[in-house]
Design a binder for this molecule. Sequence first.
Ligand code: BGC
Length: 246
Amino acid sequence: MNVLGIDIGGSGIKGAPVDIEAGRLIEERLRIPTPQPAKPDDMAPVVSSIVEHFGWSGPVGVTFPGVVVDGVVRSAANVDHSWMGVDAAALFGGATVLNDADAAGVAEMTFGRGKGERGTVLVLTFGTGIGSALFTDGTLVPNTELGHLELHGRDAEHRASARVREEHDMSWEKWAERVEEYLKHVEMLFSPALIVIGGGASRKAEKFLPHITLDTPVVPAALENEAGIIGAALAAASGPRPGTSR
Ligand code: BGC
């Protein structure tokens, strides 16, 4: 079965049809810059244009960089605040909408580094913010928002996201210290069996992971920047939306 997956990020909106049995894109993905400011009425046409580009009439899954419950946006840390309370599922023409890190996590657990892993697994994405997906024996606990854990009196993502490293032109080693501190905090709270690092930073894992020492195994994501698209497609194919009470 093929499903169109669309991944909304702080800087780009990316989409492609996905073969959900194989877990791979069946066409080259299309990327359109995220409108700034990232408001609902400016972003909805971008999502529609991706659907049209692929001539798509089947199911569509869309990720969103905030809390999403029953298709409704409940937090908007890295997009315009006018998203709060918006029914994104309705705005995107009845698509399945879920948190971006949850989508990436679902893809990693199905086809990537988390495949077959039991116990508590955390997929943490380092990009514009820090996203989290918590799994227990392969089942997602949606909308965990561990990027907003407090460290030194601030949101962890304001100290250790990939954006912070870029904006402050920080060395990989210096940034790795911050990531390690954050991961130790998460490790203390959850005692996970495995931590998978996703998001844009996972493509440069060799630059910072060697500087990180933790008791928990920490591995880079296998699907890199396709995880969100694949996870969105999987969610749309699997019926009830993650983050729903239904
Ligand atoms: C948001 C999360 C999102 C993460 C990564 C955070 O600021 O609160 O919902 O998953 O950024 O985009």
